[in-house]
Design a protein. Sequence first.
Length: 82
Amino acid sequence: MQTWAGKVDADDIDVEDAFKACRAQWQAIKTVVDGNHADDTENYPSPGLDEIVQGLAKILEGHVGPAPTVSQFEGMVTEGLR
């Protein structure tokens, strides 16, 4: 905003008013975001408590694990191409 003020030859009062307006708008946006986040956390369970996530965890248990190392992956690819 300082760059803009210099290019349009705005005086200090106009620049300070512009900063005040920007700060007020950012605060308004923050209030909306914070309110939405509060609604989300109030109305929706933690992902670990979600029934769908719990069901998927049961289905995938024992079938999903850590990623293979590079050498393990290369061995799997070689085996798959065989």
